[in-house]
Design a protein around this ligand. Structure first.
Ligand SMILES: NC(=O)c1ccc[n+]([C@@H]2O[C@H](COP(=O)([O-])OP(=O)(O)OC[C@H]3O[C@@H](n4cnc5c(N)ncnc54)[C@H](O)[C@@H]3O)[C@@H](O)[C@H]2O)c1
Length: 383
């Protein structure tokens, strides 16, 4: 069995999710025959680093992220720190010849993502990116049905990620609202929606985009507060300098039309990462909020037509890694476990069939850059 040493940088939400994912590999993905060993975690908040070491079973912790990369026992570095730190960390990982599992969007700005891709184009180690929504068993099934031609000629994609995490006007200010640290909804969640569009429909050819900010200022947070926490209207306020909302009308290379949008500042949708794909013979709808169901329409000239509701079950990719039961659903962290298993499978077994690396992130970044350009110049941008 191949053993791989893991180092994780940034022990917030994603650092924890990645650590849990590695810890689940041997129990849930024994078929890939890999044993990930949690070697070292890093976090600037020392108490959080120490607690993470204990909770997830790392051998050691540090407040200096470079020590993670320099550690000879570490084969894979997971970058789960804020976006503005990604590029510097990636460069250091390349210098120390580590495999890199970086959270989306890979850098603060789409240009950083493109730069990261250029740096690893000829790199002898592997990269992976956290586009976890791809790994829902029913999304994998949707992709298969599309590729098999079940929907016929693809004509339209409607995808969005409407998240509520910044809908409260008293939600604390954090790096997520600061232009110097990157864009807002564009890189944070539109990156997921665009990745899904490319995953299902293929490359984007033409983009017309709009960006906007609804909540102009937010209360300043105490150190270590989660981005889900809340301040008061008497707190000192700071101006929000990046986007709450973004949309794009697109044309894909295959000729299909599409509409993709994302918001972090509405109430109603909570984590509505969703898509509808329409073709000449049928349609598919999926929504992460109900990720264990999918709606499929296949047109029957002589029959009664309508959408069929399909439940996740072991017949779909990776469901059986978690349970053997029809309709016994998976959750968000299971997608992270599938993601990590796919990465380990690339490294240990050279299985590239489910590889999502910096090239995929670069393809998303090109679309995001086109949205920025279109919003600024009020033009249609060709890729
Ligand atoms: N794939 C997904 O579904 C998903 C979801 C959320 C976030 N993300 C991505 O994951 C990354 C982290 O987001 P998060 O929600 O976990 O943020 P978070 O704020 O919860 O965690 C980031 C952690 O990094 C720590 N940190 C900051 N500077 C550091 C440094 N120099 N060295 C070590 N640690 C440092 C912070 O103290 C914090 O604990 C971002 O790139 C984000 O875009 C992906």
């Amino acid at each position: 069995m191949k053993e791989l040493g893991i180092g994780v940088i940034g022990m917030g939400w994603m650092g924890e999710a990645h650590s849990n994912a590695y810890n689940s590999i041997q129990a849930k993905f024994s078929q890939i025959n890999v044993k990930p060993n949690l070697i070292i975690c890093s976090e600037i908040i020392e108490e959080r680093a120490k607690a993470a070491k204990e909770r997830f079973g790392f051998e050691k912790y540090t407040t200096d992220w470079k020590k993670v990369v320099e550690d000879p026992a570490v084969d894979i570095v997971d970058i789960t720190a804020p976006n503005s730190l990604h590029l510097e960390m990636i460069k250091y990982c390349i210098k120390h010849k580590k495999h890199i599992n970086c959270e989306k969007p890979v850098g603060a700005f789409p240009d950083d993502t493109i730069k990261a891709y250029e740096l690893v184009k000829d790199y002898e180690k592997e990269t992976f990116v956290g586009y976890n929504y791809r790994w829902s068993p029913l999304v994998q099934e949707a992709k298969k049905l599309i590729e098999e031609g079940t929907l016929g000629e693809l004509r339209h994609f409607r995808g969005r990620f409407f998240s509520c995490y910044a809908a409260d006007e008293l939600g604390f200010y954090s790096w997520r609202f600061e232009k110097e640290n990157g864009h807002g909804a564009l890189t944070d969640i539109m990156s997921h929606a665009v990745d899904m569009a490319i995953n299902l429909m293929g490359e984007v050819k033409e983009v017309q985009g709009v960006m906007d900010t609804f909540i102009k200022e937010r209360p300043i947070a105490p150190a270590g507060a989660s981005h889900y926490a809340k301040g008061s209207k008497d707190d000192e306020m700071k101006a929000v300098t990046n986007d709450d909302y973004v949309n794009a009308i697109v044309k894909f290379k295959n000729g299909a039309r599409g509409y993709i949008d994302s918001s972090r500042a509405f109430y109603g949708p909570t984590s509505e990462m969703t898509f509808e794909v329409h073709g000449s013979k049928g349609s598919i709808k999926w929504n992460f909020e109900e990720m264990n169901t999918m709606h499929l329409y296949t047109h029957d000239e002589n029959g009664k037509n309508g959408y069929k509701k399909i439940y996740s079950s072991p017949e779909y990719s990776n469901h059986g890694n978690f349970n053997p039961s029809d309709g016994s659903g998976l959750g968000y962290e299971d997608l992270k476990a599938i993601e990590v298993s796919n990465f380990l499978n690339v490294i240990a077994n050279k299985d590239n069939s489910k590889k999502v690396n910096f090239e995929d992130a670069k393809n998303v970044a090109l679309v995001l850059n086109a949205i920025i350009e279109s919003n600024e110049n009020k033009t249609v941008v060709n890729l």
